[in-house]
Design a protein around this ligand. Sequence first.
Ligand SMILES: [Zn+2]
Length: 107
Amino acid sequence: MLTLQCPYCGVQAEETELAPGGEAHLKRFGPGSSDEEFEGYLFNRKNPKGVHFERWRHAYGCGKWFLTARCTNTLEVFGTYPAQTTEPPADLLAKIKEKRPGWEGWK
Ligand SMILES: [Zn+2]
């Protein structure tokens, strides 16, 4: 079972306490953007086999949104961090690169 540590309340939350929110760090496009940009924002997601950055909500806990870096293949969790972060913390990226030397980065 997937367990994630909520960065706000510190609880090691099991998957049943959490609600998924899809891919993290999406660049939003709205009025004034091209049709291709808006279509990409609405429909295109990475969905990798491997390291993925995701949004989760501690639905049956503190209720707050947070972000997670985890492996979609092994369910290994590299870390969690607050949802207000615009890009993954440098120490988390270093930790992932140490564990997955061939990993190409988060963008
Ligand atoms: Zn929480």
